[in-house]
Design a protein around this ligand. Structure first.
Ligand SMILES: Nc1ncnc2c1ncn2[C@@H]1O[C@H](COP(=O)(O)OP(=O)(O)O)[C@@H](O)[C@H]1O
Ligand SMILES: [Mg+2]
Length: 272
């Protein structure tokens, strides 16, 4: 693997290419949702290393969400292995699955905030991930509140802390969702089409934020996208999925639009 062509800011420290540092290791993963139906993922290999942002590129129906879900046990692992945060995902009992999920920050297209409560409380819910049901109205530690405010400051919207989440713009809501994910002290962030509902400018802001978080927290960020220029502009590595198979994979700086064109098979567009 060549790193000599990379500009300094995109280069990863050498130790990040060693196997023990991979937070996610997927081998020959096959996923079939129902017996007799086709394979949604067909022999996928994937490694995610600390500090890197990996764009998962593919058109609708190619299997991006399924691959992400398989990392936290939300998709059936029909065969192959999935290791995430040192867990062997196919074998987990309920308690272990909850522990794994508490270590994985998730960001979604639709933000998934609680609209009628404050931005600050939404972020604080990230701290509850491993705590079971609690009363949202009280019982947050002041250290948690301080940290939630710091995180809101980091994503650039501390001044909105007291506002109802639903009053924010889409880009602001997604930044709240990212702060909420960070509140978990995640070892890994999965962002499934995080900018599909945002305008181009805000898409860039959110993707830059995710990439800076990967670097500063030294954690992997896997972000699914279906827009090629966004993937080329905001990732360290690109994995291109088509019909449940990885057909392109490499360092972003080594790839161009032409090499990635096969990801966009027109038949993949899911006409329904
Ligand atoms: N829960 C499910 N049950 C059955 N089929 C599913 C389920 N989720 C996704 N699929 C199918 O798996 C394929 C890949 O879907 P998905 O992983 O959502 O792709 P993408 O995120 O790239 O659009 C699609 O054909 C979709 O219909
Ligand atoms: Mg999807």
């Amino acid at each position: 693997m060549s790193t000599t062509l990379l500009p300094l800011e995109a280069a990863l420290p050498a130790e990040q290419t060693t196997e023990q540092d991979s937070l996610v290791r997927v081998r020959d993963l096959k996923v079939q949702y129902t017996p007799g139906s086709g394979l949604v993922l067909d022999g996928v290999d994937l490694d995610l290393f600390r500090g890197e942002t990996v764009a998962l590129l593919g058109s609708s129906g190619s299997g991006k969400s399924t691959l992400m879900k398989s990392l936290t046990g939300f998709a059936p692992i029909t065969s192959g292995t999935v290791q995430a945060c040192e867990f062997n995902v196919a074998d987990l009992r309920r308690g272990q699955l909850r522990r794994l999920r508490s270590q994985v920050g998730q960001v979604f297209q639709q933000f998934n905030l609680i609209g009628r409560i404050s931005v600050l409380t939404n972020v604080l819910t990230g701290a509850l991930h491993d705590a079971g049901p609690v009363n949202l109205a009280g019982s947050f530690r002041s250290s948690d509140r301080r940290r939630a405010l710091e995180l809101l400051d980091r994503v650039g919207i501390a001044h909105k802390a007291a506002d109802e989440a639903r009053s924010l713009s889409g880009g602001q809501q997604q930044r709240v969702a990212i702060a909420r994910a960070l509140m978990q002290n995640p070892r890994l962030i999965l962002a499934d089409e995080p900018v599909a509902s945002l305008d181009p400018r805000m898409s860039r802001v959110v993707l830059e934020l995710l990439q800076s978080i990967a670097r500063e927290e030294n954690i992997p960020v896997l972000v699914s996208l279906h827009v090629l220029p966004l993937a080329l502009g905001h990732s360290d590595r690109i994995v291109g999925l088509r019909h449940g198979q990885i057909i392109v994979s490499g360092r972003t700086n080594d790839l161009d639009a032409e090499q990635l064109a096969p990801v966009y098979d027109i038949d993949d567009q899911g006409e329904e």
